[in-house]
Design a binder for this molecule. Structure first.
Ligand SMILES: [Zn+2]
Length: 380
């Protein structure tokens, strides 16, 4: 027995209802009946000219090389595009998308988080002005068919063997990471090749590479050509860390993002820092999150305290980054690298500043620093 939607083969999850066997593992997406033959839905042909694209900036030499390699590789294999944060990974797959659209193939760009869908939809619409580009996400799925579909990984259940090219952005991010049902659904949505885009591949991707199911292409340089900012680590009791943080915050003309492990700590730190500097707070519980981020974005030297909710996808040009209590168990290596990767992303301020504050010595924090140094050393 095998579920045609999530690829589950564990018999414990199969139940027999009045209409036959169905899979309980992916039941949150509706009943998937086992006997039912799933058919690929009819999709309308890709319109001609949709492959034409314009990029905002020309690719650098290194980006062009990886972009060509990727577009060539997808003829024969899936690809893991492993690029440091801020390397412009979306731009690296534009050539591959164009090539597929030109051949009349169906392309989808899937991302774990909904807020990134909107941003990406706008960006790809500008890159591909003649193509029909749609975003599909929770509460927005009346139309599911277009030349280029941008969706959350959750919405992939609507597609069965539909895409000739599936681009999975940040497959190591929540909730896709380690989620067998979403992995299965992504696999059944695609009938061709997959491009995985990430700065921090997890074990699942590394295993795939070992098994020869994909090839890995690397880009360790940002378009401005500067090294990634290497975190400075300070270890001290919390009281002293607060003092170090205050010194770090004062007399700066750049935006600063402070990451904390929990929502409670975000509010405590906000209450403390507000006595000295003006700052805002952003967590998964913040109702007007988009407004708070926008306000921060508009300021030249704003300060925002955030949980890991902003660790990926949000780019504030020229910002510096501090991780407070970086030793906390909530943070994993990928998260620390992503947070450090928020800094130094602009051409005007490419070097950035990253500070990791810990109240006890953490091996993980040092491993993260080592990974960043390693990426700077192995520039391809
Ligand atoms: Zn299933």
């Amino acid at each position: 027995m095998k579920c045609q939607r999530c690829l589950n083969t564990d018999r414990e999850f199969f139940y027999r209802g009045s209409n036959g066997w169905y899979c309980r593992k992916c039941i949150s997406f509706g009943r998937a009946m086992l006997e039912e033959d799933r058919q690929a839905p009819a999709v309308k042909p890709v319109r001609s000219g949709s492959e034409e694209y314009v990029l905002q900036y020309p690719l650098t030499e290194a980006q062009s090389r990886v972009s060509h390699q990727c577009a060539e590789a997808i003829d024969t294999t899936s690809v893991l595009l492993c690029c440091v944060c801020g390397a412009g990974k979306t731009e690296l797959v534009v050539e591959s998308i164009s090539k597929m659209l030109k051949a009349g193939k169906n392309v989808c760009f899937a991302i774990p988080r909904r807020q990134v869908v909107l941003e990406l939809e706008n960006r790809l619409r500008k890159y591909f002005p003649k193509a029909e580009v749609i975003g599909v996400y929770g509460g927005h799925h009346e139309k599911t068919d277009a030349d280029l579909v941008i969706c959350t990984t959750h919405q992939l259940f609507r597609y069965y063997r539909t895409f000739d090219l599936l681009i999975l952005d940040e497959p190591d991010a929540f909730p896709f990471r380690g989620n067998a049902v979403l992995h299965g659904i992504a696999e059944t949505a695609c009938r061709g090749r997959t491009i995985y885009l990430t700065a921090t591949p997890d074990d699942w991707l590394k295993e795939k590479e070992k098994r020869g199911e994909l090839i890995c292409l690397k880009l360790n340089r940002r378009p401005h050509g500067h090294d990634l900012p290497v975190p400075v680590i300070r270890t001290a009791p919390t009281v002293i860390l607060l003092g170090i943080l205050l010194c770090w915050l004062k007399n700066r003309s750049t935006p600063r993002m402070i990451f904390v492990p929990t929502i409670r700590q975000a509010h405590l730190l906000h209450a403390f820092l507000s006595r000295f500097v003006s700052c805002s707070v952003c967590t998964s519980k913040t109702e007007n999150r988009d407004e708070v981020i926008e306000e921060f974005r508009q300021k030249k030297n704003g300060i925002i305290i955030s949980t890991t909710v902003l660790e990926r996808g949000v780019t504030i040009p020229g910002s510096d980054v501090c991780v407070f209590h970086a030793e906390h168990g909530v943070f994993d290596e990928a998260g620390l690298i992503q947070m450090a990767g928020r800094a130094g992303r602009s051409f005007q301020y490419p070097d950035g500043d990253v500070l990791f504050l810990e109240s006890s010595r953490s091996a993980l924090v040092r491993k993260c620093r080592k990974e960043i140094l390693e990426a700077n050393r192995c520039v391809v």
